[in-house]
Design a protein around this ligand. Sequence first.
Ligand SMILES: [Zn+2]
Ligand SMILES: [Zn+2]
Length: 356
Amino acid sequence: MIALRKTRAAFGIEVIDIPDHDAPVGDADVLVDVAAAGICGSDLHAYAWTPSYAFMGDLLPVTLGHEFAGTIRAVGPEARGLAVGDRVVCMPTVTCGACAGCQAGRRQDCESRHIVGLHRDGAFTRRVSLPAANCLALPDGLPLETAALAEPLAVAVNAVDLAEVRAGDAVVVMGPGPIGMAAAWVAQSRGASVLLVGLDDAFRLARAKNVGLAQVADLVSDETLEAATLRVFGRRPDRMIEASGARASLEDGVPLLRPGGIFVVSGIHAEPCTLDATRFVREKKQLRAAHDSTPESFATAIRLLHAHTGSLSRLITHRMPLARGADALALASGRQAVKVMVLPQAGAGAAERTPS
Ligand SMILES: [Zn+2]
Ligand SMILES: [Zn+2]
């Protein structure tokens, strides 16, 4: 079977042949036929080989892909709670079970966690073996392709939870990629007034409107983040969620937040940033980091996808067969796509599909 693999510690990706699995690798694993796997910002970092992903250097080759849904094809002798034919999504964080965080039930804080599709082989291929404990069964009626949005939506739910967004809050979300768009959607669904901000991002902000986000601003004009925020809310925001990885979103955003407000960082930043700590302290702001997801946020994401399949599935802007995986990564790297789905079961000749 072919796989979309990171093989070298340098820019790029390869579509190569790897041995087919016919059984789960570990006794507590299941083997999943991958129906759809989304391209994540982390895949793009690995593809572009940015410094924040240098940790993968010793692990290569690795098949990328951690946002996926599929059907269980085989079950290991010690895999519990799942059966052949079950439709599942995967929580990509594999925890060690032994560190202080794991022992205390804080799996998100595991100090030797491994991510499927970054530390170990992932889902940009036809079949993937992973621990049964990382799989969550899906409700009937939720299409697998939509279910493959569960991981980024769970990341967004976690970020919104951490921001303690409440009804009536004025919330600015920076970065109209899949995580920012999903976080804006979740915050809006909780009754907040949300402004999604991009920078020269006309395509993705138009898409955000399609997904149901009421207020967007493209800072390509002369308007600053502060001016756009005051224009929309008439006051400084209560909550800000950064999902752009751009240094300016922190350096311009934190001073703009209202006193006592909460600023959540969820982007991966390629460079350090500067913060006026004195003003930050005097205004008693909270700066928090959101990364990854929790089993609770995953369960919420699945529920939301089931209840709002129509609007949330519009986060998917492109679908590509696995054989065109390199093109899919290049496409997802630009600003003319939101979520690009790789379809591993589609034949090499399958056409790219772009919904209206
Ligand atoms: Zn992801
Ligand atoms: Zn651990």
